[in-house]
Design a protein around this ligand. Sequence first.
Ligand SMILES: Nc1ncnc2c1ncn2[C@@H]1O[C@H](COP(=O)(O)OP(=O)(O)OP(=O)(O)O)[C@@H](O)[C@H]1O
Ligand SMILES: O=C(O)C1=C[C@@H](O)[C@@H](O)[C@H](O)C1
Ligand SMILES: [Mg+2]
Length: 192
Amino acid sequence: MVPDPQTTKAERHELAALLGTTPIVLVGMMGAGKTTVGRRIAAKLGRRFLDSDDEIEAAAGMSIEEFFAAHGEPEFRAGEARVIARLLKEDNIVLATGGGAFVNPETRTLINTNAVSVWIKAEFELLFARVSRRSNRPLLKTANPRDTLKKLIETRYPIYAEAHVTVVSTDVPQDTVANEVIEAVHAHLKDK
Ligand SMILES: Nc1ncnc2c1ncn2[C@@H]1O[C@H](COP(=O)(O)OP(=O)(O)OP(=O)(O)O)[C@@H](O)[C@H]1O
Ligand SMILES: O=C(O)C1=C[C@@H](O)[C@@H](O)[C@H](O)C1
Ligand SMILES: [Mg+2]
């Protein structure tokens, strides 16, 4: 794990002590920043960072895009649910989930029972700009990706809203979003 150069060792210990070891799980749309922000949060807290998309790619020996092409979405979803159930057995982790993972009711319950869930929420134009930079999102390989993304947002936002806390990601530095997540998780755990 790479320590965050902007966070001193003493600060990392203090933050880690405040939060305990309950897993922190990031959910939300593709492009919201779960992976990039999640990695920063883990570095700030001295936790292990895990990403369900990366785990699936490593286990399958192929990219998400290749997996969708070879096996289809239903098999991807089944594998994603299994991978997340396995990863959630660990404490002291920050887990970035794939954009569709929280939509699965069993996975959602498992996450909300065993972790603090955080919806990284971003508005449509920001998401679209970000996902357009790379073409590794098979769900958006449609005739009208703008429309597809809009429809996914409409159906998924009420589901993501079931996360314990919501942090809005605007065009601010990743470090700021990471600090906001840590504060929001702390506030949630304090009130429990
Ligand atoms: N706060 C931010 N400011 C600027 N760029 C950002 C920010 N957060 C994320 N990005 C950029 O947006 C892109 C998408 O981020 P990322 O891959 O972390 O999203 P994700 O939520 O993990 O998506 P997916 O569900 O597809 O895995 C990346 O290129 C990343 O560098
Ligand atoms: O939003 C989604 O359904 C997805 C998001 C990505 O993280 C990958 O898990 C995959 O491309 C599907
Ligand atoms: Mg990701």
